[in-house]
Design a protein around this ligand. Structure first.
Ligand SMILES: [Zn+2]
Length: 155
């Protein structure tokens, strides 16, 4: 339901993560009030110009409700996030209308979270550009494989 989400009027600085898999999706820097009742963002976190290859979102055609819209899903876990429209503010011209229940907000300019070796190549690229390693620990799993857990900090 529009105008009901907990993040609609959130103006704190921080990052919005996927509620299912914890991938960083949107940043408060690109959040704006679109007047639609949905938390709105002008671009996904990690967007470089028009290149979304280092973001954790994916676009998908949505022909439900008799209209042609573009669904936004989490690239890492396929969770439904919302829709994107091309009537947003400049320079991106994009309006991501995202459902609050799909997001988990963590305040602060510094966001810490742990990572595992199961990262995708895309996520590794994202990390290379946007994050720095603070702590890394490597342990052996029961089956002999290495499990690296680290704490990453946003640059
Ligand atoms: Zn996800």
């Amino acid at each position: 339901m529009p105008f009901s989400g907990i993040y609609l009027n959130n103006t704190e600085s921080g990052l919005y993560y996927c509620v299912c898999c914890n991938a960083p999706l949107f940043s408060s820097e690109k959040k704006y009030n679109s007047g639609t009742g949905w938390p709105s963002f002008s671009e996904a976190y990690g967007t470089c110009g028009r290149d979304e290859s280092n973001t954790n979102i994916m676009r998908r055609p949505d022909n439900s409700l008799g209209s042609t819209r573009t669904e936004v899903v989490c690239k890492q876990c396929d969770a439904h996030l919302g829709h994107v429209f091309d009537d947003g503010p400049t320079p991106s011209g994009q309006r991501f209308c995202i459902n609050s229940v799909a997001l988990n907000f963590k305040p602060g300019s510094v966001c810490l979270f742990t990572v595992s070796v199961r990262r995708t190549q895309q996520f590794r690229n994202f990390e290379k550009h946007h994050m720095k390693t603070v702590i890394t620990t490597t342990n052996l799993n029961q089956n002999g494989t290495k499990a690296t857990r680290g704490v990453k900090q946003h640059k």
